[in-house]
Design a protein around this ligand. Structure first.
Ligand SMILES: [Zn+2]
Length: 216
């Protein structure tokens, strides 16, 4: 009988990737179960930190060949990102810049256009946990830096870390749902950080005259 070569179900056989195969569903599930076990023992994470690859990092731009963009060189962006992620983890875990870490869990993902980003969950030892508004303000700043005293930081924050532009004049922005930003921007001014128990704290956003307008 002639074999039906057009039927793809006649070829190959199912392969179950074992837990030792890095990135396989079983491997990821094991890491997930480990993470849940840590949370059961040590409690909810204190810090959720995201780090994104910047295609304009000088270490990447210096190595691009003529006509290339960062998106063309995933080997390069991945390596540079990995080095910088390790430097950040060293600051967080070994140097304890935000407190002594009891548990850290991190994962690296790739955005659809190919750049890596990392999510880091950290549980701090009891005496270093955030307990009041001063603790939040010590770790998190949701305000624009002073342009006159910290111009470089102001440029980085306004260029890299602001949400938008969205709103009624940018209805095509992905966050716009039914005419409003689904992330709640622009946020209202907030004289001081307020803790809303069990939820995200409302960070301090003082009306201090610092402004920024997205270039159109
Ligand atoms: Zn928005």
């Amino acid at each position: 009988m002639q074999q039906d070569r057009a039927n793809s179900t006649n070829f190959g056989h199912m392969v179950v990737l074992p837990v030792t195969f890095v990135g396989s569903p079983r491997h990821m599930n094991q890491l997930y179960q480990d993470s849940m076990a840590l949370v059961r023992k040590f409690g909810k994470p204190d810090l959720f930190i995201t780090m994104t690859c910047n295609p304009n990092w000088p270490e990447i731009l210096h190595e691009l060949r003529p006509g290339e963009e960062a998106n063309d060189r995933l080997d390069l962006t991945s390596r540079v990102f990995n080095m910088k992620l390790n430097a950040l983890l060293k600051d967080l875990l070994h140097n304890g810049v935000l407190g002594t870490t009891v548990v850290d869990i991190h994962v690296v993902e790739w955005q659809k256009w190919g750049l890596p980003h990392g999510h880091i969950l950290i549980i701090l030892r009891s005496q270093d946990k955030s307990r009041d508004n001063n603790d939040y303000d010590r770790m998190v700043c949701a305000e624009l830096p002073d342009k006159s005293t910290h111009p470089e930081l102001y440029n980085i924050v306004t260029f890299r870390m602001l949400h938008g532009p969205c709103g009624v004049i940018h209805l095509s922005c992905p966050c716009m749902v039914n005419g409003a930003c689904n992330k709640g921007y622009p946020k209202t001014f907030q004289p001081q950080t307020e803790d809303s128990t069990g939820n995200y704290p409302t960070y301090q956003r003082r009306d201090d005259g610092m402004t920024f307008t997205h270039p159109t």
